[in-house]
Ligand binder design. Structure first.
Ligand SMILES: Nc1ncnc2c1ncn2[C@@H]1O[C@H](COP(=O)(O)OP(=O)(O)O)[C@@H](O)[C@H]1O
Ligand SMILES: O=C(O)C1=C[C@@H](OP(=O)(O)O)[C@@H](O)[C@H](O)C1
Ligand SMILES: [Mg+2]
Length: 172
């Protein structure tokens, strides 16, 4: 069965959209970060603090592979860095994967992340100016991987419901 995989930068809405798409389409969803937290019995922040990012990327790769083994149709919300490490972007090309890049501008990401940074270890300690600069550079570096997605969906200015509807149209 097909796995619907949502990817994109931190704050683009992967977790929010996966949950809402799941309700609307009646397809179960899993958030990769939540699965990692459950498996490690630690929050994402604690994993980064205690074991470092490289260890997190290892868990992330293993968990992504595990979720892709599901025989059920599922929606998977990735973490922002998932496609950019451990050749995970190659997994997006599998025949049983439909991948959707939720493409948000630097402004949209900045405006969301400024109020939502504490649970994101890569940006948690940045001030506003630092964060804008970081997002701009980081998004540029990661775009190559995000653009491997089968579908690229601009999300700026769209409500959760609009984005969900547009994904349903892509899947139809
Ligand atoms: N139109 C929208 N679509 C998606 N998220 C939105 C939208 N408007 C505001 N948000 C907020 O932006 C944040 C997106 O965060 P999240 O879903 O965790 O993204 P990600 O998992 O990609 O990091 C949430 O706090 C969500 O409520
Ligand atoms: O972009 C990244 O490298 C990360 C994004 C986070 O997920 P969200 O994109 O859901 O915030 C989470 O996996 C971790 O903090 C690292
Ligand atoms: Mg998320």
């Amino acid at each position: 069965m097909k796995k619907i995989v949502l990817l994109g930068y931190m704050g683009c809405g992967k977790s929010t959209i996966a949950q809402n798409l799941s309700k609307t389409a009646n397809i179960p969803f899993l958030d990769l970060d939540k699965c990692i937290e459950k498996r490690a019995d630690l929050s994402i922040n604690e994993i980064f603090e205690k074991h470092g990012e490289i260890y997190f990327r290892k868990l992330e790769h293993e968990m992504f592979l595990e979720l892709l083994q599901s025989d059920e149709e599922i929606i998977i919300g990735l973490g922002g860095g998932t496609p950019c490490y451990a050749n995970n972007h190659e997994l997006l090309k599998r025949d049983d994967v439909v991948s959707v890049y939720l493409k948000a501008s630097i402004d949209t990401l900045y405006n969301r992340l400024i109020h939502n940074k504490s649970k994101r270890p890569l940006i948690a300690n940045m001030d506003e100016e630092e964060m804008r600069e970081f997002i701009a550079k980081h998004l540029f570096d990661r775009s190559f991987y995000y653009n491997q997605a089968q579908h690229k969906l601009p999300v700026d200015g769209k409500s959760v419901e609009e984005t969900v509807q547009e994904i349903l149209e892509l899947l139809a």
